[in-house]
Structures are given as C-alpha cells and as structure tokens.
Design a protein around this ligand. Structure first.
Ligand SMILES: Nc1ncnc2c1ncn2[C@@H]1O[C@H](COP(=O)(O)OP(=O)(O)OP(=O)(O)O)[C@@H](O)[C@H]1O
Ligand SMILES: [Mg+2]
Length: 349
C-alpha cells in the first residue's frame, strides 16, 4: 500500500499544520447535530488534505461508509450530474441515518449546473450533507461559495513537513534516516503533503543516499517554466525576458492557475530562503490581486502587481538587463472603478 493511502489522516488530531481550520472544524462538529451546517467547502492546493477532511466530516456525522457518495466533478460537471444528485438526495440512506455527498474538483461544474445545485445546497433534506472540494474556489459562483462553510487548507511549511515525514518514518520503524534526504523531500514536495509522501515512498527503500538524492531531483511537480518565472520575478528580470517565459507556460491556459502557481511556489518553497522580504512582497501583492479582480482575467492584474515590483528591484539586479521602465509602472496604475478595461492596451504580455 502506498504511503499516501496508508497514512491518510483519519482524525483531526493527525492533521499537520492548518491549526485554524482544524480547531474551527472541531468546534463545528461538537455542536448539536441540528446546528451542524449542511454544506462545507474545502479549498487549497492539491494534496493538502481536502478529501481526507471531507471523509472525517462524514465519519463525524456518523455516516455509514456506504452512504458517503464521492463524485469526481472533473469528469462530470454538467447539469445531468446535478439532476441525478438532486434526485438521489430525496431518498433516505440504506445504511445509517445520513448521506454525505463529497463533490471533488467542484470547480469543473458548469455555471448552469452550479445554478441548479444552489437550492439543494441551501436547503438540503435533513439527512443530506455536502462537502465541496476545490483547488480553484474562484471558479465557483459567489452564490455557491456563500452557501457553504468555507475552509482554506494551506500548504505545509518546511518545519511542518519535516514533522510529518519524521512521524511517518517513526511509524515505519526507520531510525536515523538521513537529514539530507528529508530536506530534499521537503524541497521537492513544494508544500504538498501528498507530494512529500509520494517522494518518500519513491526513495524509502533506497539505501544509498546519493541514489536517493538523484531520484528526488526529478520529483518536483512544479512546471520548470513556472519556477523560472518565479526566480526571474525575484531577480527583477527585464520585461522582455518575463514575457518570453510567460509565453512558454501552459498551466491549463488559465491565467488564474498561473497566479496561484506563483503564490504557491513563493509561499512554500522560497519563504525560508534569504530573499524572504522580497518573497513576502510578491505574495502580498499577488494576494491582493484576488480581492481586487475576483473572477476576472488575471493576466492584467498580475502585470499590474508585477510592474511596481519589477521597477523596485534594483538591489536584486546583479546584472541589470534592460530594467523595466518607470513609465510602464505609471501607465498601469489603477484609476477608477474598472481598471481592467482601462489597462487593456497597456499590458506588456
Ligand atoms: N495537513 C496534512 N497533514 C497530514 N497529512 C496530510 C495533510 N494534508 C494532506 N495529507 C495527506 O496527503 C494525502 C493527500 O491528501 P488528500 O487526498 O486529502 O488531498 P486533497 O487536498 O484532497 O488533494 P487533491 O486536491 O489532489 O484532491 C493523504 O495521505 C493525506 O493524509
Ligand atoms: Mg482530493
């Protein structure tokens, strides 16, 4: 059995990091049954515990495992799925007293399907609970989000990841596992516990340290181009270079995936580095973009947040290579209530 299945957390006590989410869920589940919300929404990067938490909620609600219905919305996001689901909701469970519907990858649900789900989500039958999971909550309609108790699962930092790995090594009965390998796994995992467990699984039986490190070198899941973009942002590389890198990125062709990718990488991989201040700067600016441009194309907001940063990066420019012109920053300054349309002509990508 793979480590990620063997060590899927089974109780809230076993969740590493995410203390706020854990204590909030714990207090919600301690309520009288009639006060427990019927719709939860977990969001956050891949492999950070959303589905595992959904299962814990189902168990806490005394849902028989036969009555936990997991739908992968990624494969069937249309209105037909919602119709079937609404129909099935009406019936009492064959086993136990409640039914829990776990809707994974729910961002793939079409907008008409989301509309059709709304009423059931708001007033489900008494025996029905929903747990929605998504890596991209911004693709859900605000009306869906507002009807759920929302929880954001965060990637783990290196200390938390180290704790998780050491706990598993201990349970596996392995002592004195080389610290260099643990460090490399933490780096390769990029904040995702699942990635960490997969990486550990891949090297746990390799006795030779050098071979283990070599195996890990190819493990990182972040697109190499995305990494290059992040590094370039940190170095204050010229617009021409940045434009070239962004053009090579595929990332599902979703501008929002790009922004999230940058945030995740900066957040999890680079925060421990010497360039901490600058990483924080970028994260803060990119996070702000979400609130300002919710649901809109993000290329322009990304450029907007990058411009001032790039022009302020002189201390990071070891070899200045055509630094961004201050006039560009000015052109992209927000004015008025609809900056998106005003900036369109000025985007340098
Ligand atoms: N915070 C955490 N603490 C301990 N283990 C974790 C944590 N988050 C995830 N894991 C472990 O990582 C593995 C993957 O978790 P899970 O499937 O719940 O992630 P997910 O967020 O649903 O991923 P995806 O977005 O790909 O569906 C499981 O073994 C789980 O126990
Ligand atoms: Mg999942």
């Amino acid at each position: 059995m793979s480590l990620q299945i063997k060590y899927r957390f089974k109780s809230l006590d076993d969740v590493v990091g995410n203390k706020g989410v854990v204590s909030s869920i714990r207090s919600v589940l301690e309520r009288d049954k009639e006060d427990i919300p019927h719709a939860f929404l977990f969001h956050g990067p891949k492999g950070c515990g959303k589905t595992s938490l959904a299962r814990i909620i189902a168990e806490a609600l005394d849902c028989d495992s036969a009555s936990v219905m997991e739908y992968d919305i990624g494969d069937m996001g249309g209105i037909e799925t919602v119709r079937t689901l609404k129909e099935a909701c009406q019936y009492l469970p064959i086993m136990g007293n409640v039914r829990v519907y776990v809707l994974d990858e729910v961002q793939s649900m079409t907008k008409p399907a989301q509309d059709a789900l709304l009423k059931t989500l708001e007033e489900p039958p008494n025996h029905v609970y929903f747990v929605l999971c998504t890596t991209e909550p911004e693709r859900l309609k605000e009306t869906i989000r507002s009807r759920c108790h929302m929880y954001m699962m965060k990637p783990l930092n290196s200390i938390e990841m180290g704790f998780l790995l050491n706990r598993i090594l201990k349970e596996e009965g392995i002592e004195d596992y080389p610290k260099t390998i643990i460090k490399e796994i933490i780096f390769a995992a990029e904040g995702s516990p699942r990635n960490a467990l997969k990486a550990l699984d891949a090297v746990i039986d390799i006795t030779d340290e050098k071979s283990a490190l070599e195996a890990l070198a190819s493990f990182s899941t972040t697109d190499a181009t995305l990494k290059e973009l992040c590094q370039s942002l940190l170095q204050g590389t010229s617009w021409d270079t940045l434009r070239g890198i962004v053009k090579q990125l595929e990332l599902d062709n979703e501008p929002e995936s790009l922004r999230i990718g940058i945030l995740n990488y900066m957040n999890t991989v680079l925060l421990g580095s010497k360039r901490n201040d600058r990483v924080n700067d970028i994260i803060q600016n990119f996070s702000m973009a979400t609130t300002m441009y919710h649901g809109k194309s993000v290329f322009s907001s990304m450029v907007y947040t990058m411009c001032p940063l790039v022009s302020e990066t002189k201390p990071f420019l070891n070899k200045p290579n055509e630094p961004a012109k201050p006039s560009l920053t000015k052109k992209l300054t927000i004015k008025g209530s609809d900056p998106e349309s005003k900036r369109k002509g000025d985007i340098p990508f």
